[in-house]
Every structure is written in C-alpha cells, then in structure tokens.
Design a protein around this ligand. Sequence first.
Ligand code: NAP
Length: 284
Amino acid sequence: MNHVALPSGTPVPSLGLGTWRMGESAAARRGEVAAIRLAIDLGYRLFDTAEMYGEGGAEEALGQAIAEALRAGAVRRDELFIVSKVYPHNASRTGTMAACERSLQRLGLDQVDLYLLHWPGSHPLRDTVEAFERLQAQSRIRAWGVSNFDANGMAGLWRLEGGAACATNQVYYALSERGIEFDLLPRQRERNVPLMAYSPLAQGELAAHPGLRPLADALGVTPTQLALAWVLHQPGVIAIPKAVREAHLRENLAAAGLKLGAADLAALDKLFPPPRRKTSLAMV
Ligand code: NAP
C-alpha cells in the first residue's frame, strides 16, 4: 500500500474505506460492522466517517469494528488512521469541541487522527480553526482539515491565522469529475496539502461505464478497479471508496497495486478529458 504524507510528515495510506450510508438502519448494523472488521483483516488502515453519517450510526459501527479488531489483536490502534467530520452547523468554537467529544464517544476512541469541517458553513472559519487548535492541544485530534472547499475557499483558509496547518481538503474526485484538476488540485500540490478523493467510484456508477469496459478487460481488471487505480495514480491524492460487499473490499484493495502506463492514461484522458476551464466544485 502506498502512503501520502500530510504536511506534518505523518504518512497516511493512499487507500481507505468510506462509511457514508452505513449506520442508517439497525438491521444492517451487523453486516456493516462485519464489513469494516473484514476490511481491517484485509489490510485497510484508513477509515473515513462523519457525525452526519447515519446521525452517528456510522461512527458507532466503525467504533464497534475497531473495538473488536483491537480485542482480537488484529491491529494496534496506532496502525489505524481514523477520520471524522463536524457538521457545519455545529462548527462554532464550543460546538466543534462538543461535537468532537460525541464522535469520540461513539467511536470508543481517545483521539481522532484527522478531524474535518464537513463543508463551509455560516460559523466564522477562524472560530472552527480555533476549536481545532484547542482539540489538538488537548490531544483529542492529531490533525485537522476541511472538506468541500473550492480553490477560493482554500485561499481564504490559508490567509487565516493558523490556516496553514490545514492537513487536507476532502472533495469529490473521480474520472468522471475532474474539475479540480484545473485549479484546486495544483494549488494544494504547491502547498503539499494532500487531497482526499471522496466518491472516487462516482458512487458506484463507473462500474457500468461502457467506455471503461474494453480498457479494463485489456488489463484484466474491472472498470471500477481501473477507475480507482486512476485516482490512486494521481500524486498527493488519497482515495476513500466505500464498500460493504466482500468482493468490493478485495477488488478495491487489489486496485491499489495496479500500475497504469502512459497508453492507459492517454486512453482514459480521451474518455474523460481533463478540464480546460474553471468549473464550480462538484459535490454529492
Ligand atoms: P463511492 O465510494 O464512489 O461508491 C460507493 C458505491 O460503490 C457503493 O455502492 C459500493 O457498493 C460500490 N462499490 C464499491 N466498490 C466497488 C467495486 N469494486 N465494484 C463495484 N461497485 C463497488 O461513493 P461514496 O460512498 O459516496 O464515497 C466514498 C466515501 O467518501 C463515503 O463513504 C464517505 O466516507 C466519503 N464521502 C465524503 C463526502 C464529503 O462531503 N466529505 C461526500 C461523499 C462521500 P457496496 O457498498 O455495496 O459494496
């Protein structure tokens, strides 16, 4: 598994597991915990969640799977990298602190490795950053960052006192959503701020993309694996596809080992051309 370095130098696996749509129903809980538990056994170490997912249910499922894995000796806590997010409406100075405590409680952890503002909201950003700094000083989070910030949003954040410490920006990035390559991605690269790609499979839609099939067949992989390998090929990018099915968990991990050559990349550029002008940031 490749790693991407945060600005602090902390290495983060370039492939993780997303948890959106988990924790939404009691009936699905056992299967979700088992999927995350299997992911840990297979070698996944980075997990992305949020207080929003299942209104805390995804954090609970992730926490349960982590607790079981730690008890079984399958992994050490310091080998895992756990990401969670605060709702923008909770992101005041005191609200962020309280939301983080609730997330830690649900996760059953003393510390979150990376804590993100889920999307820009109405609380002053400086207040959120101040709360992040306090949480860091109290060792409740190791690093902080943002999500769904466009190039202007990042420029504003970097101008703020303390803003330069932002460890990542998590945004929609997939073969079919390349708009950020025009401005956001290069600017983050200039500053060595990794980009975390959410919905890297376009929420599963790329699996059925007719143009990907022949290219994938030629490489002996699935269209989804090809789409994921392309995201992982991008320097400074971390991808967090969500999967609960065992076959998907295994396929995605295998995609991390797939090397794409210049001809493959050119064929993908033809199918999904890179942006030629600024576009507004895509969100799901
Ligand atoms: P995604 O990862 O692009 O796609 C997930 C879908 O693809 C699921 O239906 C999954 O099925 C399916 N899938 C997974 N692996 C597959 C494979 N190998 N072959 C075929 N289908 C496969 O979409 P996402 O869940 O929207 O994004 C990933 C994560 O990013 C989220 O879970 C969340 O953690 C994060 N996210 C963050 C934001 C934000 O605002 N910050 C927004 C969206 C997402 P199964 O589950 O049935 O296996």
